[in-house]
Design a protein around this ligand. Structure first.
Ligand code: Q46
Ligand code: ZN
Ligand code: ZN
Length: 295
């Protein structure tokens, strides 16, 4: 197997693009595709202050590294969820990443905010852990994002395809109307973008490996039963038989998505306690804090 560009020994074969590439030309190919996505969806320009949400995993750490190497003004943001072992390893990898690259990273902790790790919070308020975790992460990211022009996350093609599939299976027209690589700034929330939407999980993993970033290999212990993993497996099988399907499916949706009208959202006003935009007087994060206080 030879590199399509230079003819030396290829290290990566990308079935969906029908090419094989050496390390150097894979890195070039990958960088160009992400840059093209950034331009095509008008995500940000070189003067924007970009906050990259990093979990410690391959996608977000790779994205932070890549944007920095392309000359963008990036800062990483990591939330320590307080989950034994998993969170310790994640914080450790993010700190090591900062030491190695010099890229600034902000680390905030759920235990500092709420007094408990996220699993204990969920137990105390009798709510599914991932729904509480999602709400807390959204709140903390949106809050720190106030100081930035745009928030970038490492969602890749496989993530977006799984989400799209789930939304279609359940005809979630409101979610479908909003599923796009760019969510404009609105109602006091900073713009959000996903520069990796057109690169696969496999390509992202190879990028992160080739640039020698040490990332968290283990999954969050609560993610085992996630439906999205089930959908991803289905799509990997389809992709195996028909390379390029994931890309076609997602790109085709982006072209057609106007057929899903977005419903008008309720009016938001600042939370009475913290100022976060909410429909409910007091936002769900402040209500959670109160509940924990009285639990
Ligand atoms: S929501 Fe659930 Fe994730 Fe939070 S508790 Fe773990 S699996 S980290 S994306
Ligand atoms: Zn080559
Ligand atoms: Zn609040």
């Amino acid at each position: 197997m030879k590199c399509k560009i230079c003819g030396t020994k290829a290290e990566v074969r990308l079935k969906s693009h029908n090419i094989a590439l050496c390390r150097e030309h894979f890195l070039q190919f990958f960088r160009r595709r992400v840059e093209r996505t950034i331009r095509r969806f008008k995500m940000f320009t070189k003067d924007a202050r970009i906050l990259v949400a990093v979990s410690g995993g391959k996608d977000s750490m790779g994205l932070l590294h890549l944007l920095n190497s392309l000359g963008y003004n990036v800062t990483g943001y990591h939330i320590n969820l307080g989950i034994p072992e998993y969170s310790d390893i994640s914080v450790d990898k993010v700190k090591k990443f900062h030491d190695m690259t010099g890229i600034p990273v902000i680390i905030e902790s759920v235990v500092d905010e709420l007094g408990f790790g996220i699993h204990e919070v969920a137990q105390k308020v009798h709510r599914p852990i991932c729904s509480i975790c999602g709400m807390v992460k959204r709140y903390m990211i949106n809050r720190v994002a106030q100081k930035f022009d745009v928030v970038a996350t490492g969602h890749n093609l496989d993530d977006e395809v799984a989400t799209l599939f789930g939304n279609l299976l359940n005809w979630q027209s409101d979610y479908l109307a909003r599923q796009y690589p760019v969510l404009p700034a609105a109602d006091g929330f900073t713009k959000k973008v996903k520069p990796y939407v057109l690169v696969s999980e496999y390509e992202s993993a190879i990028y992160t490996f080739f640039v020698d970033i040490d990332y968290v290999m283990i999954e969050c212990p609560y993610s085992k039963h996630a439906t999205s993993i089930f959908y991803k497996n289905i799509f990997n099988e389809i992709e195996d038989h028909m390379p390029g399907t994931k890309l076609r499916f997602l790109k085709g949706f982006y072209e057609l998505r106007d057929i899903f009208p977005s419903t008008t959202r309720e009016k938001l006003a600042p939370c009475e306690k913290c100022g976060y935009p909410t429909t409910a007087g007091v936002c769900s994060f402040c209500r959670l804090k109160d509940k924990l206080h009285h639990a």
